[in-house]
Ligand binder design. Structure first.
Ligand SMILES: *[C@@H]1O[C@H](CO)[C@@H](O)[C@H](O)[C@H]1NC(C)=O
Length: 182
């Protein structure tokens, strides 16, 4: 009963990014990258692995983050396919005291989704987590591991995966890297 009601709500009130993973309980409490430096985070990142999501069906996605004059961040997601589609979004730092907690929106119609940088060393890897509470009894989440190169080292990936495990994202849930390669 509860679950069917929840499911209905889930359909009626789409979360910021649709088709994320639905889990029990509220969003996990998690730390984010301390002293996050947006300037160093900007630029090009490759998507190495992620939780499955319908809004990003393409393979081999790369993202570019650039600062706009108005202080917002332009998010350009590009798919490296033949007809390489791209989508432009906007990210903002909502609280200057917590710069690693960004909000991202991909159209004026879509609500702002959370984009938390759990960890980054700026030069090799970034672990990004997005979570939305649904009535405090469940949550949907989404996660990415981004890297500056298309082939980060195994150790880098192992460390990044461990960070995601702390927020309840298991390694086996992530789309294997081989499926993302062209
Ligand atoms: C992985 O994590 C360990 C322990 O925190 C650290 O010593 C090591 O430098 C990390 N390796 C990479 C490639 O980030």
């Amino acid at each position: 009963m509860w679950w069917s009601l929840l499911f209905l709500l889930f359909l009626l009130v789409p979360p910021p990014v649709s088709a994320q993973t639905l889990r029990c309980g509220p969003c996990p409490v998690t730390g984010v990258q301390q002293g996050f430096d947006l300037q160093r985070y900007l630029g090009r990142w490759f998507e190495i692995t992620k939780l499955p999501a319908s809004f990003e069906s393409g393979k081999c996605i790369e993202a570019n983050y650039a600062l706009r004059k108005d202080g917002t961040i332009e998010v350009l997601n590009k798919q490296m396919e033949e007809r390489g589609r791209s989508i432009i979004g906007t990210a903002v730092v909502t609280d200057p005291k917590e710069p690693a907690k960004l909000g991202v929106s991909f159209s004026f119609l879509s609500p702002v989704g959370t984009y938390w940088v759990l960890y980054t060393d700026y030069t090799s890897v970034a672990v990004v987590y997005s979570c939305t509470d649904i009535l405090r009894v469940s949550h949907v989440d989404y996660a990415w591991i981004l890297a500056r190169s298309r082939f980060p080292s195994e150790e880098t990936m192992r460390n990044a995966t461990q960070i995601l495990e702390k927020v309840g994202v298991k390694e086996c849930e992530l789309i294997p890297q081989s499926k993302l390669d062209v």
